[in-house]
Ligand binder design. Structure first.
Ligand code: PGA
Length: 227
């Protein structure tokens, strides 16, 4: 049986106090997590030490890293700075491509920094050309990281893609980059998660809004793993 990956992306949300509340709730209900569940949480940088201390049964990631390793880059957080706390980094999320003008070339630089820092990159793509360019710039990407397919109209809109269309897109992406694991992201909720993770070419899901409430997130993980 396929063990789907569930990745929570908190985006720019939650104070320290709110993150502590989330952790406290999840910690007291963690016994309900299905055995072998593969959960990754990407909160914001300042939350990460709280999660490390809490030791919840989930892997940790960050939502972005700098394209530079270290030095005079005010405001940046590099892979090396977080690599003793997290295992993953998301890169090139559609919101970063849109609001911070990240290009495929910048994303590829970040992938290289992530690999140097021993972080597994999760590169967000919304069209096939993103995959073609990534493959050209980082030929061995599929053995290093995962892709997150997020159709622009589905992110944060409450209007998910259909599982069939997402699966077809993932299949096409695999023609470009064979053996890569592909997650789907865009308005995934407890009610639709099962349909996405049941699709052949989808290795799991990325959850934004529905990861902010720990009760909803736990329910979503349980639904994802129901047989
Ligand atoms: P959403 O975000 O679940 O709020 O649509 C998805 C994403 O970050 O890819």
């Amino acid at each position: 049986m396929k063990m789907p990956i569930v990745l929570g992306n908190w985006k720019a949300n939650k104070t320290i106090a709110q993150a502590r509340q989330w952790i406290a709730w999840f910690s007291s209900h963690k016994g309900q997590l299905p055995i072998g569940a593969s959960v990754i949480l990407c909160p914001s940088f300042h939350h990460i030490p709280l999660f490390v201390e809490a030791g919840l049964p989930m892997s940790l990631g960050v939502q972005d890293i700098s394209e530079f390793s270290s030095g005079a880059y005010t405001g940046e957080v590099s892979g090396d700075m977080v690599s003793d706390m997290v295992s993953y980094t998301m890169l090139g999320h559609s919101e970063r491509r849109k609001y911070y003008h990240e290009t495929d070339e910048i994303v590829a630089e970040k992938v290289t920094r992530a690999i140097e820092s021993h972080l597994a990159p999760i590169v967000c793509v919304s069209e096939l050309s993103h995959v073609t360019t990534l493959k050209a710039l980082i030929p061995d990407f599929s053995s290093r990281g995962m892709l997150l397919y997020e159709p622009l109209s589905a992110v944060g809109s409450g209007k998910p893609d259909t599982p069939e269309r997402a699966n077809n897109m993932a299949k096409e992406m695999m023609h470009v980059m064979s053996d890569v694991r592909i997650l789907y992201g865009g308005s995934v909720v407890p009610e639709n998660v099962r349909a996405f993770v049941s699709e052949e070419y989808l290795a799991g899901v990325v959850v934004g809004g529905a990861s902010l409430d720990p009760e909803k997130f736990l329910l979503l993980i349980k639904r994802a793993l129901e047989s």
